[in-house]
Design a binder for this molecule. Structure first.
Ligand code: ATP
Length: 597
């Protein structure tokens, strides 16, 4: 329960919704309870009038008695109707305040969680899976909303109604009140246990449903692999098995739910029987009137709903507490990487790695070992090396996605950690190894880093990334939709759109992480040619596997096992006759072989 205390700030914020809400709960319940007394009164009237009516049997006056009798009944009927209408009206206001408040809180919470997610570092996203992140922002928030809205509303409603009804019952007759209320605690407990059972089973169903959806989603995404390996039948069987588990859990729930209403009706029935039996004896004694029994029956029936709600509300609160605990766990996390204060001016683009070492915390793999490197502003530096040698890690450290364990990365002579993160990153154009494009138009994807999309700049960036001709050939040109709702670009086209996205920012430092791997050598030459003038005056770090891509770089670094094995220009490295020269010869051979084929 202590986890729910976090929500108090919202209750405080929306106090002017809660105060009238509570007022409407009280008023609506008063209008809900009074009709029982009117009904009791009317009931007495009927019994009295019936005996008078019978007394006048055979006389003309009997007609008059009948008219008075029906006018009285009509009057009481109208009173009851008006009272219930008023109750309905105030219930409407009650929902309009308390439930609406819960929707406002839900909105605030979702925004708060999402804003917090955005602040957390890359390491956090590696530690937690997307499904879990999404669940906390949607499913968990929804459960908390059920607490701040319906649970609180029904709890208040039940409390007010129970107090009023019990008060009126004891006012009429204490003994009858005790007998009528006796089965209710059993009803509360039964409903609580049945509800908890229903809740547990629903949780299991939800889990089964999640894994079923995850299964379907993955298999649909991998449909090409399934078809090419002819695994349709096996996939179908695996799906049927998952569905079977889901069905099994659903059946258990249905069985339990089937118990719910009969159990409730049985206990309410018991209460009514006791009321009629004990009440009947007291009418005979003369301690209460027959109308009082009618009044009590209405009370008992009125109590059924709030008492049922009590069990439900308890479950809602328990679920909300568990959800809020999960939400709090995330909200209390602080980002591993926080920016410094230096946020002025444009970068010159000088980069220095001073004795940098880095180990990935989640795997314990040391990806960078004691690297020393100095890049002058405007230099074109290329990095090459075997897969897993630490190239991307170096780019990640430069983007400050992670912080070094030892040593420091300096930009223009200042420790990167002292620089304001947003100010710094906004001046670096990063093209990651794994291309990610949004399900949006090509224009919006390229202009992603700009506050104001600029058509001219988008076109120029596309030209520089050598993807312009491809884009204009599409039916809708730059307005073509990408992703699930649109067309699928080829691997090379995606890489080039991603390059255009980095170029449009006109950054001071450009980092290309193996982003030309899917383009042919001719397109690669075109891109590099275009980049020649884009890169002028900007520091460029280009990670590649093909020597043809990097041979014109001012400085080439050969990485091996997280260390710089060799460095120099293309000619200098060939002269060393080491790993680089070996790579060059084998790539040349491969090229020759492919030409012969
Ligand atoms: N996010 C991560 N968490 C844990 N370990 C990682 C992570 N990213 C990379 N590694 C490990 O760090 C080492 C260096 O990886 P890195 O991605 O820097 O290599 P790379 O030279 O870019 O390889 P490639 O050319 O295949 O992209 C590898 O052993 C890899 O398994």
């Amino acid at each position: 329960m202590k986890h729910l205390r976090y929500l108090n700030k919202y209750f405080y914020k929306y106090k002017w919704w809660i105060v009238p809400g509570v007022f409407f709960v009280i008023i609506s319940n008063i209008f809900g309870v009074v009709p029982a007394q009117v009904i009791g009164f009317a009931f007495n009237l009927i019994t009295e009038n019936l005996s008078i009516y019978k007394l006048f049997a055979g006389f003309d006056r009997q007609e008059i008695v009948y008219d008075i009798f029906s006018a009285g009944l009509l009057y009481f009927g109208t009173v009851v109707l008006v009272l219930y209408l008023l109750r309905g009206l105030f219930m409407f206001f009650m929902r309009q305040t308390l439930i609406l408040m819960s929707r406002h809180i839900e909105f605030d919470m979702k925004n708060e969680i999402y804003a917090h997610y955005q602040e957390l570092s890359l390491g956090f996203y590696r530690r937690n899976n997307t499904g879990d992140l999404m669940n906390r922002a949607t499913e968990d928030v929804n459960r908390v909303r059920m607490y701040v809205g319906p649970a609180i509303m029904y709890a208040l409603n039940t409390a007010v109604q129970v107090v009023l009804i019990v008060y009126f019952m004891f006012n009429v007759n204490g003994t009858l009140a005790l007998y009528s209320l006796a089965p209710l605690p059993v009803l509360v407990l039964t409903i609580y246990y049945v509800n908890t059972g229903i809740h547990d089973k629903s949780e299991k169903i939800q889990q089964r449903l999640s894994s079923l959806s995850a299964f379907v989603q993955e298999r649909l995404s991998g449909i090409r692999v399934i078809k090419s390996y002819v695994r349709e039948a096996q996939t179908r069987e695996a799906f049927a098995l998952q569905s079977e588990h889901y069905k099994g859990e659903s059946m258990k729930l249905v069985r339990l739910q089937a118990l719910f209403y009969p159990a409730m009706l049985l206990l309410v029935g018991l209460s009514t029987i006791l009321t009629v039996y004990i009440g009947g004896r007291q009418v005979i004694n003369g301690s209460i009137s027959a109308g009082n029994i009618a009044e009590f029956i209405v009370y008992v029936n009125q109590l059924t709903f709030p008492v049922t709600m009590l069990g439900w509300v308890t479950t809602l609160i328990q679920r909300a507490a568990a959800s809020q605990k999960r939400i709090n766990e995330f909200l209390q996390l602080r980002p591993d990487i926080t920016g410094g204060t230096i946020a002025s001016g444009t970068l010159e683009g000088g980069i220095e790695f001073k004795n940098v070492s880095f180990t990935y915390p989640d795997t314990g793999i040391q990806a960078i070992r004691d690297i020393n490197l100095k890049i002058r502003p405007g230099q074109f530096v290329a990095i090459i090396g075997r897969t897993g040698s630490g190239k991307s890690t170096l780019a990640n450290l430069l983007m400050r996605m992670y912080d070094t364990d030892q040593g420091m990365v300096c930009i223009d002579g200042t420790d990167i950690r002292e620089r304001d993160l947003q100010h710094y990153r906004s001046q670096v154009g990063f093209v990651p190894q794994e291309v990610f494009l949004f399900s949006d138009t090509i224009t919006n994807n390229i202009a992603f880093g700009l506050d104001q999309p600029d058509q001219e700049a988008v076109r120029n960036a596309a030209k520089n990334a050598a993807v312009y001709q491809n884009i204009v050939a599409f039916e809708h040109g730059f307005e073509t939709m990408l992703g699930e709702r649109g067309i699928t670009l080829s691997g090379g086209q995606k890489q080039r759109v991603s390059i255009a996205r980095a170029l449009i920012k006109e950054p001071r430092i450009l980092v290309f992480d193996d982003c030309l791997s899917a383009v042919d050598t001719k397109t690669e030459e075109e891109i590099l040619g275009n980049l020649g003038h884009v890169m002028k005056g900007k520091t460029t770090l280009l990670i590649a596997h093909r020597i043809s891509t990097i041979k014109n770089a001012d400085l080439i670094l050969v990485l091996e096992n997280g260390q710089i094995k060799e460095q120099g220009t293309h000619a200098e490295l060939l002269g060393l006759n080491g790993s680089y020269a070996e790579m060059y010869t084998s790539q040349l051979l491969e090229e020759e072989e492919s030409k012969i084929k």
